[in-house]
Design a protein around this ligand. Structure first.
Ligand SMILES: NC(=O)C1=CN([C@@H]2O[C@H](COP(=O)(O)OP(=O)(O)OC[C@H]3O[C@@H](n4cnc5c(N)ncnc54)[C@H](O)[C@@H]3O)[C@@H](O)[C@H]2O)C=CC1
Ligand SMILES: O=C([O-])C1=[NH+]CCC1
Length: 320
């Protein structure tokens, strides 16, 4: 009989998942994924169940990463909430398996994993694609993804100015006052993005909020929202003018309204740039269209579990 799985809480995931450890693992697995060797990385397209009655979805994201021997599945629910709703938009759980025996070894909070690994992947895109002299960062949206993006972007890069816009100004103000450093709140998207070198879109919009005519030539856009084939965050002009990078070509072709509805062509996967098989067109306007991948959750969950086990070992050796 297999042992019962351990339960790893939100606070523990927060403590164990540090960007410095996470980013190299994400880069490695994105590179492996783009090699398209099915014996190395297996990640079917996300299965998404619509919950029409509640204006939401349940996404199921299994993955196997052979070089690290990680088998995991994330289940993530996401909802279009009313402006005044206090319910969270996203909640997730990750199951980590023993790939040899087939039993679940750990059940852990996946909400923090989703927040941190998504932001870390956007930071990898910026490291590769943003202009060399990027000074102004603009964040559109003020939810948990805005917070995790702010955290990793300020940890990894140094910006002279950071701007935020949100659908409700008071939410943007709350976001700005809860953070460590100075952030300027804008009431209009146009004013927020004009002149920005890096723009992160982390909204729940279903229609374009960011227009190409406002985007500075050579800027880098990390487009993180709009994960349904009929949802948009960016307009056709931006999608067609920019060099478009994605996390997964298959995922983008099936799920990204910004790509499907604009007819934009995908230039490369981030993993191809990491592998050196496609160039990073830093001097051009670039869009990284992120949708999220099960392999990103799998490597994050393994890192959390390894840290959890090390902590258990330290505690047990202290208390004979
Ligand atoms: N690419 C990826 O791997 C992942 C993407 N996401 C996506 O990132 C986005 C942000 O996630 P959270 O911060 O958790 O969401 P959230 O719902 O907590 O925050 C979303 C923000 O968008 C704003 N917003 C909502 N509807 C809008 C509209 N129609 N127009 C403009 N702004 C609007 C809200 O006011 C809020 O500031 C979502 O689209 C989510 O699905 C989330 C997880 C992973
Ligand atoms: O990768 C992910 O977990 C998600 N992408 C869009 C909504 C949730």
């Amino acid at each position: 009989m297999s042992e019962l799985p351990v339960l790893i809480s939100r606070d523990e995931v927060m403590r164990f998942l540090q960007n410095g450890d996470l980013i190299p693992r994400l880069e490695a697995v994105l590179g492996k994924f783009s090699e398209r060797n099915n014996a190395e990385v297996i990640q079917p397209l996300r299965t998404t169940i619509p919950l029409q009655k509640y204006n939401g979805f349940l996404g199921i994201m299994p993955a196997y990463v052979a070089h690290e021997d990680i088998l995991a599945t994330k289940m993530v629910s996401f909802y279009q909430r009313d402006k005044d709703s206090v319910l969270p938009a996203h909640q997730a759980t990750v199951l980590l398996f023993d790939p040899e025996r087939g039993n679940v070894t750990a059940v852990m909070d996946g909400t923090v994993i989703t927040e941190k690994r998504t932001a870390a992947v956007s930071a990898i895109s910026a490291k590769l694609l943003m202009p060399a002299s990027a000074e102004v960062l603009c964040i559109l949206g003020s939810g948990p993804q805005a917070v995790s993006h702010y955290e990793v972007f300020t940890e990894m890069f140094s910006f002279r100015e950071i701007r935020v816009w949100s659908r409700r100004r008071e939410r943007a103000e709350q976001f700005a006052s809860a953070l460590q450093g100075p952030v300027t709140v804008y009431s209009s998207v146009k004013d927020a993005v004009v002149g920005a070198d890096v723009i992160i879109t982390v909204t729940m919009a279903t229609e374009p909020v960011l227009l190409g005519e406002w985007v500075k030539p050579g800027a880098h856009v990390a487009a993180v929202g709009a994960c349904r084939p009929n949802w948009r965050e960016l307009d056709d002009a931006l999608m067609r003018e920019a060099v478009v990078y994605v996390d997964s070509r298959e995922g983008a072709a099936a799920e990204s309204g910004d790509i499907i509805l604009s007819g934009a062509s995908v230039f490369a996967e981030l993993g191809e740039v990491i592998n050196g098989t496609k160039p990073a067109e830093r001097e051009k306007t670039t869009v990284f269209k992120s949708l999220g991948m099960g392999i990103q959750d799998a490597v994050s969950a393994k890192l959390v579990f390894d840290q959890w086990k090390s902590q258990q070992l330290r505690t047990n050796t202290k208390d004979p």
